[in-house]
Design a protein around this ligand. Structure first.
Ligand code: NAD
Ligand code: UDP
Ligand code: UDP
Length: 331
């Protein structure tokens, strides 16, 4: 068969949206790639709680076994150490595809998981990112905005990787009838976040707890919108179970400058915490805030946890991990 037909030709692999998966509330077989990571492990908790059988596929690149070890021994839970860049054969109903290092390999991993979805007729959810909007010229960002991404910049590997992943996802949907869902996730924080991966909330919290100055890049006037992880997981599950492909922005519209964020961290951890200015990185988006009208209307979703409510929950988890109480917070 010609390559095009092999990949996109009509097959009977997938029902093309006719299987009412959303009606089956319980007992689904679900794979979560990147399930040992920050967001993935919280999602796994919710799916396990609901009674589903969950297979976590993770290569522990940034994820940790500790994030899911409380499920070890549960017959509905399985953990596979696997790099999604390599093909994977499984029989499942749904695929939450979160595995993603900030490098081009996420494209190959996405292709494999779409191939898997096509073969077994599973519903596939891609965790894309607000980074697809680049340094946006529209504010707040609506899903119909195509974005402003520098294709050759220092961040483009991640941004363009996710844009390509969205393209592949829609091509498998249109061409092979795979049931897909696309979430564009805005900055998310919470317990189990990587302590040292350099994101702003984890940096500020760890720095304030360690009595180090909080490093503000540039003038600190750039903005982000910070979403608590339980709100995101709720949105991802509604999206997977609902009837709409998306893309959907999933984020908290509360917008903060980095200086305002530093202030909230001071209020939460240490009012005397110092701020230190550092040169900013290239291509840093100046502002970002989701328009979530679409998710509100079609998924009945909106965030419940404000930054001031969510931050203390993350702080107690971080202080346990930093100060050596090795019992991990469960969420
Ligand atoms: P994370 O690094 O904690 O989780 C990613 C997980 O994927 C880790 O457990 C890692 O070990 C695993 N992984 C990476 N490459 C893999 C591979 N090749 N094969 C198998 N496993 C692999 O990050 P997170 O914050 O939980 O992000 C989850 C998803 O959400 C990612 O796709 C990310 O791009 C997206 N996202 C997150 C945010 C955020 O603010 N946290 C914002 C936008 C998008
Ligand atoms: N794939 C996978 N698991 C499966 C089915 C496919 O990992 O259960 C991989 C497969 O190895 C390929 C990719 O997914 O690299 C795309 O598969 P598809 O069948 O769409 O493309 P083709 O193999 O026909 O090029
Ligand atoms: N940032 C900062 N100090 C830090 C880390 C990040 O001021 O220690 C800034 C960064 O320049 C950016 C914002 O915080 O403007 C968010 O950065 P992050 O890497 O968390 O997320 P992203 O840029 O991917 O939205």
């Amino acid at each position: 068969k010609p390559v095009h037909e092999r990949r996109f030709g009509l097959t009977n692999y997938n029902s093309g949206g006719k299987v009412p998966l959303g009606l089956k509330r319980k007992g689904l077989r679900i794979v979560v790639t990147g399930g040992a990571g920050f967001v993935g492990s919280h999602l796994v908790d919710r799916l396990m709680q609901r009674g589903d059988s969950v297979i976590v596929v993770d290569n522990f690149f940034t994820g940790r076994k500790e994030n899911v070890q409380h499920h070890f021994g549960n017959p509905r839970f399985e953990l596979i150490r696997h790099d999604v860049v390599e093909p994977l054969l499984l029989e499942v109903d749904q695929i939450y595809h979160l595995a993603c290092p900030a490098s081009p390999t996420n494209v190959v991993g996405t292709l494999n998981m779409l191939g898997l979805a096509k073969r077994v007729g599973a519903r596939f959810l891609l965790t894309s990112t607000s980074e697809v909007y680049g340094d946006p010229l529209q504010h707040p960002q609506v899903e119909t905005y195509w974005g402003n991404v520098n294709p050759i910049g220092v961040r483009s590997c991640y941004d363009e990787g996710k844009r390509t992943a969205e393209t592949l996802t829609m091509d498998y949907h249109r061409g092979a009838g795979v049931e897909v869902r696309i979430a564009r996730i805005f900055n998310t924080y919470g317990p189990r976040m990587c302590i040292d991966d350099g994101r702003v909330v984890s940096n500020f919290v760890a720095q304030a707890l360690r009595k180090e100055p909080m490093t503000v890049y540039g003038d600190g006037k750039q903005t982000r919108s910070f979403q608590y992880v339980s709100d995101l997981v709720d949105g991802l599950m509604r999206l997977m179970e609902g009837e709409h492909v998306g893309p959907f922005n999933l984020g908290n519209p509360g917008e903060f400058t980095m200086l305002e964020l530093a202030k909230v961290v001071q209020e939460t951890i240490d009012k005397d915490a110092k701020i230190e200015f550092r040169p900013n990185t290239e291509d840093d988006p100046h502002k970002r805030k989701p328009d979530i009208t679409k998710a509100k209307d079609l998924l009945g979703w909106q965030p419940q946890v404000s930054l001031r409510k969510g931050l203390p929950l993350m702080v107690s988890d971080f202080s346990k991990r930093i100060f050596g109480d090795h019992k991990e917070a469960a969420g």
